[in-house]
Design a protein around this ligand. Structure first.
Ligand SMILES: Nc1ncnc2c1ncn2[C@@H]1O[C@H](COP(=O)(O)OP(=O)(O)OP(=O)(O)O)[C@@H](O)[C@H]1O
Ligand code: SF4
Ligand SMILES: [Mg+2]
Length: 331
């Protein structure tokens, strides 16, 4: 079904994910970890949406559930007008070619016993009713060239490449089926800074050439500022702030976002970081097993008032930013 020009390519609505935890005893009730709670966001065509937040905030779980590599408990994920979460296995297998993923560690995501040509060709081999072997081989050769590897490297194994080159192989493999959406889960975190820049530039070039949409997970706000058009900040399984890049880095609205910016040494935007330093939170986040009533950031937030501990703030628009805070910065 053709999309209207400004219709999101991926529209995630009220997504929740729960993990069943092992029972402490045979007759005990099973408890669940609510890893992602009521998360909504829209990925626009040809744009990059960053997902940031502390370790354990639910970034990977959100992205994997959105492309059905993990089971969601609730929600909708509209892709080209169809809810991916409602597709049967066969229909989802057909859509899989359109939503691909690149992981942090290319060494563990690439089969060490396969040659590059097999690794990159495999997604094409798995497509039913696909092209002839000769056509697939030609596509693989073209992809390998596009990501900056040489034709004579097609018959090498992953261990014969550097980390950056391995990530290029993983990118070629992810693009083999011509996807529209690519989830990039910390794709440069394992690489040296100089190599990071090369891979980020490659991802941008491929995005321009192919009109790709990226859901880009990173803990490095310098990287996010470099590559993302829009940014969503996660805290304890929820989005607490979402805005375009300039708004989020120039005028953070949520006290938690301000904290993240203050703690990011790689950011060019020093002024907002200075402002934010006044809001550095105390202590650790609460346990995800015993979430407090009200705002989950209240115990660490210097702006907290009685209302924050009583009522959870809903996401709302403040000056073009979506923010979940009763008393947003600059609001
Ligand atoms: N398979 C699982 N079983 C149980 N709990 C899980 C599982 N996977 C993730 N979790 C929990 O869900 C929460 C979110 O984890 P997730 O990996 O999505 O966080 P993240 O933001 O990607 O963190 P990181 O930056 O460390 O990658 C965490 O509390 C984590 O411990
Ligand atoms: S709702 Fe209150 S506690 Fe939560 S972030 Fe806003 S000011 Fe802080
Ligand atoms: Mg993760």
């Amino acid at each position: 079904m053709p999309r209207a020009p400004d219709e999101p390519v991926l529209d995630v609505r009220r997504l929740s994910v729960r993990f069943a935890l092992p029972k402490p005893t045979l007759f005990a009730r099973r408890s669940h970890l609510r890893a992602v709670r009521d998360v909504s966001f829209a990925l626009q065509p040809g744009r990059t949406l960053g997902l940031v937040g502390e370790s354990g905030s639910g970034k990977t779980t959100t992205a994997m559930a959105a492309i059905r590599l993990l089971a969601a408990a609730e929600g909708e994920v509209l892709f080209r007008g169809r809810d991916l979460l409602k597709l049967d296995a066969e229909a989802m297998r057909a859509e899989r070619r359109n939503v691909q993923v690149i992981f942090q560690d290319p060494y563990s995501s690439l089969n060490p016993r396969d040659r590059v040509r097999t690794i990159v060709r495999e997604p094409l081999d798995l497509m039913r009713g696909g092209e002839s072997m000769a056509a697939r081989e030609a596509r693989v050769a073209e992809l390998v060239r596009e990501v900056g590897l040489r034709h004579d490297q097609l018959d090498l194994f992953p261990h014969q490449f550097s980390g950056g080159q391995r990530q290029r192989i993983a990118i070629a493999r992810a693009l083999a089926t011509n996807p529209q959406v690519v989830v990039c889960d910390e794709p440069v975190s394992a690489l040296d800074v100089a190599i990071q820049a090369q891979i980020l530039n490659l991802l941008r070039r491929l995005q321009d050439e192919r009109g790709l949409s990226y859901l880009f997970i990173s803990h490095d706000l310098g990287v996010v500022q470099h590559i993302c058009d829009d940014v969503a900040v996660m805290y304890l399984g929820q989005i607490v702030e979402q805005a375009d890049r300039a708004s989020l880095f120039g005028q953070p609205r949520h006290p938690y976002t301000a904290t993240l910016l203050a703690a990011a040494p790689s950011l060019a935007r020093r002024k907002s970081a200075r402002t934010a330093r006044q809001h550095v939170p105390r202590g650790d986040p609460p346990s995800p097993f015993r979430l407090p009533a009200g705002c989950t950031f209240a115990a660490r937030c210097p702006r907290a008032e009685a209302r924050c501990r009583e009522a959870a703030p809903a996401l709302r628009d403040v000056g073009g930013t979506r923010v979940a805070c009763h008393f947003p910065l600059g609001g």
